[in-house]
Structure formats: C-alpha cells, structure tokens
Ligand binder design. Structure first.
Ligand code: SIN
Length: 533
C-alpha cells in the first residue's frame, strides 16, 4: 500500500494553497466528499482583505482585525497574517489571478463592515471565490490527484505514538478505501450546514471537527460562530448570501414600515460589526417585521453583483423594486480544532487548516474577508513546514496499535434524527441569541443520540448518510457544550441571560476533548470543559 507524504481532506482555498505550495516530489492526494468545486471558498462573494491601498497599512488592518475579534485573538498570528497579506496577493497576481481594477488600472478596493479602510479585493465583482478556486484548481500540479465523492469518516491513529497515520474513506455505494499518510490535513470548512439558515455550501457539516474529536484531538472556542446579517430570505428559507459589499456600496436596511433598522443602534449603522447587525435584524424579525436591503442608491447593481442578481432571479425576486428580503444565518466558525502555529493539532501528524482550525486569528468574531486571506496564509505556512519535514517524518507505524475512532453505540437500536431537525434546533437554541435554558435543552436532546464510552459500533457498517448525521450531532453537541459553559456575551457569542462580557472569561478558552466529555458522561454530569486561562 502506498504511504502518501500528505493527504489533504477538503478542496477549499486553504487546501489548494497548501497543495500548490508543496514540493513537487512529495506524494500528495486531495480527498473531497463531493465535487472539488463544492466548498465555501468557491461561494465566497466577499473578497480578500489585505492592506494594499495607498492610505492603508498592515498595522491598521491589524487593529481592525483585533477590534472585530474583541481582542480575543492570538496577536502574534494576527500580526503575521496582516503583514503577509499584500505578499499573498502579489503571489496570486503572479500566478495569473486578475483582481478587479478601476478604469485607471488600479486595484479596485471594496469596503466592508468594521474595516476602517477600503481593502477588499474582488474578482468578477461578487464572484471572487469562483474565479480563485477555478484558477487554483486549473494550476494544480498534475501529479496531485484529487479524489472526489469519497467521504473520509475515520482517522487512523497509532495510539502508541499518538500519531495520525491515515484515513478511511467511503464512497456513496459503501466501498471503503484506506489511505495511509505521513501528514494528514483536515481542511473541511466549518459547520454552516448544522443550521437551517446558512450561507455555507450544503456539504459543509462539520466533518473535520467531528473526525478530530472522535480521534481524540482537542477542540477550542466552539461557541464562537458568526452569523451573517444578510442572507436572501424568501418563502421561509434562505437562499445564499447577500454580500456585505452591498451595504459597503450604500444599501440600507429597512423594515416593512420603511424604517431604517440600524438607525440609533450603532454609529456605523449598516457597517457595524456583524453580530450587532445580525442581532438587530433577528430582533426585528422576532417582532414579526420583515427586513430588506434597500439597494436604490446602487448603480449598475447587476454588473457589480452578478451572483446576487442570479440568486434573486432564481427566486423570482424582481430587483426593480430595489428591495431584497434578508434574514441572518450561520456563516463562519471562529473556533474549531486547536492547532499550533503551523497548524498541527494535539495529535502528531494531524493538521487542520482554514475554518476547520481554531488558529487564533479571528477571536470572538471574524473581520469580514479575512478568511480567504487566512486560507492563503495558513496553507502557505503549513506547506513550508511540510516541505521540510513531511517526507522525513519517521513515524513508527504499528498497525496492531491503530486506534480507530470506533465510535460506539449499539447498532440496531440507534435511531438518528433527521438532519432538518438538528438544523432547526441549532438555529433556535445555539443561534444568534442564546440562553442557558435553550442550550441545556439542546444539549440534552443531542446527548441522547451520542454513544456512551462503553458502547461500541463499527462505522464501517454505517452508510455515508448515517455517518454524516452522526458527525453533525457530534459537532452540534460541541457547540452546545461550549455555548452553555461560556456565561457571558462576547463578540458573536450572545447570551441573553449574560448580556455583557465578563472579566472572568477574558482570555479564557473552552477546551473540549473526547476524553473529557466521556468522563463527564459516565458520571452523568455535564461534559467537563477545561478552562484554559
Ligand atoms: C460577504 O461578502 O459579506 C462575506 C464576506 C466574508 O464573510 O468574509
């Protein structure tokens, strides 16, 4: 059996940036559960934030990032990110990516909430992700194989060395393949698909988070989830993102009485930090009011925002009314798998990148358009590390001691809920505004589906669909646990019963591992969550 140097799971920007920067003599595969274009990166309308404007400087980008994240970040990493920003953009330009420019040929820089300068680069208006991903995939070195429609459902762990040595993947017809590797990289995106209202690609359902958790890795800050204020809302459902760039171009939020929603709420009005705008829209909607983006001040809307125009057309919403109905929905996970400065998790040889990782960049709330930048930054950094160490890592592969996740639950008695129910419950209890009671009910409901430590079941005998639902339950429970234990409001984590930030929680992170939670369950207590001061 081949042992790959690097196995990358996922095909978004972080995965592709890693792959294109790895040395050509490394033996690399990318495995994705769906098609290679199905990722949040591909859908990204907002662009890439970088301090490239004449009036800008990385130190201003740094300050904006920290303020948006409520200073809950790993400052050194944020600093590195913003310093690298302009170089990463130049790198892409040299690879042939053409960012939108003015008539004079200058980079066209967009504005988004909580940025104090115009610094968002786009491609094709709101088609940034599509242009970027198509380009990066087309340029991928030919020796890198992309395996599509293979769902990685288990990490193989050498338990003597606490080291990840491979993965198991299942195809839709239930065929199982094992891939052995020296470095395994989880770049599967976040958890948007756990919620009924989301901007995310439907394939993004927390797989990487659940895989890492079941393998015993440490998870961090799972309560910090950004809700985007403006998803297209029509007939009780959301239908994709209405980019913040629309508000950056002057669109105003109004309710069905024509009243300006953000008036007297925040000095930056529509461009206030996302959690503030999302909460206000959420509250208007609770009062039974519909909320719209009034786009009457924007000229040439269709050419500036072709994707959004298409979304509206698909729902037969006429833009001639100048009103786009909106509602907030799950957008981005700031927490995730705990990683060190190169992206390595608490399990040797297992790495996490991009939204899957809790890199310390986003803190309690992400500054918009910093995530594509993070993907570029983290992918390149990990590539540099693996180029040095990947092929030389001498992991003793003691096959007899492989600890597969071997998640436990008596087969035959395991009735999994419908995904729609998980999504609706998450939206209601772990959504924009949370409370102890709602979270506790959610936690109890989720726990009933989780195996106890002494139950055993073989994932190999489950279908892809069942495992994915189980992974959704796992990721949802990690969110509920963390949101329950953080008794304060900070950034995107809003508790109606603890409406203010608390000094006690400053700089404290909610850490979860399988071992900690199972101990808690055996004692019939709340899962134990360690507070990392
Ligand atoms: C947007 O275009 O509003 C989303 C951009 C982002 O979240 O980074």
């Amino acid at each position: 059996m081949i042992t790959y140097d690097v196995i990358i799971i996922g095909s978004g920007i972080a995965a592709l940036q890693l792959a294109r920067n790895l040395k050509k003599d490394l033996n690399v595969i990318i495995i994705t559960k769906s098609k290679k274009h199905h990722s949040n990166s591909y859908r990204a309308q907002g662009g890439i934030a970088a301090a490239v404007g004449k009036d800008d400087h990385y130190s201003i980008h740094y300050q904006d990032t920290l303020e948006a994240g409520c200073f809950f970040q790993h400052e050194k990493t944020v600093h590195e990110l913003v310093v690298q920003g302009p170089f990463l953009i130049r790198d892409l330009q040299q690879a042939g990516i053409r960012f939108d420019t003015t008539m004079e040929g200058e980079l066209l820089l967009g504005m988004e909430g909580a940025h104090s300068r115009r610094r968002i680069l786009h491609c094709g208006g709101d088609e940034t992700g599509k242009h970027l991903i198509n380009h990066l995939i087309a340029q991928l070195p030919s020796q890198i194989e992309i395996i599509e429609d293979a769902f990685v459902y288990e990490l193989l762990i050498d338990s003597i060395n606490n080291c990840c040595i491979g993965v198991k993947a299942m195809t839709a017809n239930g065929q199982i393949h094992q891939y052995m590797g020296r470095s395994i990289v989880l770049a599967t995106g976040g958890i948007g698909g756990l919620y009924s209202f989301t901007s995310n690609d439907p394939t993004v359902t927390g797989d990487g988070i659940a895989l890492a958790y079941h393998a015993g890795a440490v998870l961090k800050d799972m309560e910090f989830i950004q809700f985007h204020p403006t998803l297209l809302y029509w007939k009780g459902e959301t239908h994709g993102l209405i980019s913040e760039a629309v508000r950056g171009e002057g669109a105003e939020l109004i309710n069905d009485n024509g009243k300006r929603v953000m008036e007297n709420i925040h000095p930056l009005k529509e461009l206030a930090p996302r959690h503030i705008v999302a909460k206000e829209i959420y509250e208007q909607r609770l009062q039974g009011k519909e909320v719209y983006l009034d786009i009457s001040s924007i000229t040439s809307f269709a050419s500036k925002f072709p994707t959004i125009t298409k979304f509206c057309e698909q729902q037969s919403i006429s833009l001639s009314t100048n009103k786009i109905p909106v509602a907030p929905g799950c957008h981005f996970l700031m927490g995730g798998i705990a990683v060190n400065e190169v992206g390595e998790t608490s399990i040797k040889g297992l790495f996490a990148l991009g939204e899957t990782a809790a890199s310390g960049i986003h803190g309690a709330n992400r500054l918009s358009s910093n995530s594509l930048l993070e993907g570029l930054f983290a992918g390149k950094k990990l590539a540099a590390y693996l180029n040095e160490y990947a092929s030389s890592s001498k992991v003793a592969m003691n096959m007899k001691k492989i600890r597969t996740a071997n998640i436990s639950k008596q087969q035959g008695t395991w009735m999994l809920p419908k995904r729609e129910e998980i999504q609706a419950r998450m939206m209601q209890a772990a959504g924009i505004v949370r409370s102890h009671l709602k979270l506790l009910q959610l936690q109890r409901w989720l726990q009933q589906y989780m195996p106890t430590a002494d139950e055993r079941v073989d994932l190999d005998r489950m279908s892809v669909d069942e495992i994915q639902t189980f992974f959704m339950l796992t990721a949802a429970l990690l969110v509920a646990n963390a949101a329950l234990i953080r008794q304060e409001s900070r950034g995107a984590h809003i508790r109606e019963d603890f409406p203010f930030p608390s000094q006690e929680w400053e700089k404290r992170h909610v850490i979860q591992t399988r071992a900690l939670l199972e101990r808690g369950r055996n004692k019939n207590e709340y899962p134990q969550v360690k507070i990392d001061a």
